[in-house]
Design a protein around this ligand. Sequence first.
Ligand code: NAP
Length: 344
Amino acid sequence: MLGATGAVGQTFLRLLHDHPWFEVAELAASERSAGQAYGAVAKWLDGAMPQRYADRAVLPCDPAVVHAPIVFSALDSSVAGEVEAAFAHAGRLVFSNAKNYRMAPDVPLLIPEVNPDQLGLISRQRRERHWPGAILTNANCAATVAAVALAPIHERFGIRQLVLTTMQAVSGAGYPGVPSLDILGNAIPYIADEEPKIEAELAKLLGRTEGELLKPAGLRASAHANRVAVEHGHTVCASIGCASPTSADAVIAAIDEWAGDRHVAGLPSAGRALVRTDAPNRPQPRRDVYAGAGMTVTVGRIRPDPVFDVKLVALGHNVVRGAAGGSILNAELALAQGLRPHAS
Ligand code: NAP
């Protein structure tokens, strides 16, 4: 576990606690933390820190020191690029949460229920980069929530235009994140670097691969990203224009009939990727963020849009589905499909 001390790293540890396939063997973080007990350097954010981690010595993020064949990375993007490449070069399978490799044409930007075909990019990555291992990424947390809700619509009607307005939780900024006096009782209409990521990643997430070639979705997206005083859960309000005129009822049918979950059937972290609510005032972070233990995106308020075709509201857990939980599901899918680290 690289970046084990951070907000996402801790969520990984919580979710991997009793995982049937994975056992957390090593905890690594920055040089500031390396050599110290995990319990002394990690500010545990949720309940009591499991004792099995508290006494472990934190390791540096160095593949010569960290030996696990499967590596989950919750590293800050300032270091993820170099460190994750070093682990892939050393033969490990790296499941990354950072932005560094997401848009590379040979790196999967994976949501198993939406685009499992992106695993096909790995052979190209290994060949062109001479990595015996591999890097697989998950998307920006707001882009993930949007992609899960939009996938059934894009598959059936072909989305061409999108306007997305987000209300993003403070946990999306990591720990300690946004100062309390900046966010309490407030909404901040700016999240650095967020809008271009959402716009670009959605086209890759909803794209298709043909063999080793990625074909991004032919859509234009415009994102407005806002930070709000919510602990967990990113809300995305979307106005959607499709290739041909589409009604709210047709979109509801597409969502109800969507079969993306078939790609993850039998995997330990699989549940329902998407549920729809008819309640006029849902989804809400307080009430819906833990749907499916944080792995389910809730979509509601599907209605006609006077400018585009339809509009809706989607909500998902940014640290579970949008980060650690999504990354674990990526690893389960990759292993189930036969991807393996390079034996040392
Ligand atoms: P965070 O709380 O700030 O944690 C950052 C982690 O990176 C810590 O473990 C830190 O270790 C480690 N780190 C920092 N500098 C390092 C260095 N020079 N060398 C090695 N390790 C270093 O951030 P986070 O919210 O957990 O996010 C982690 C990653 O996931 C980021 O890339 C973020 O963009 C991405 N992400 C976050 C979310 C979310 O909702 N929070 C969602 C999707 C993706 P020390 O404690 O030793 O400094």
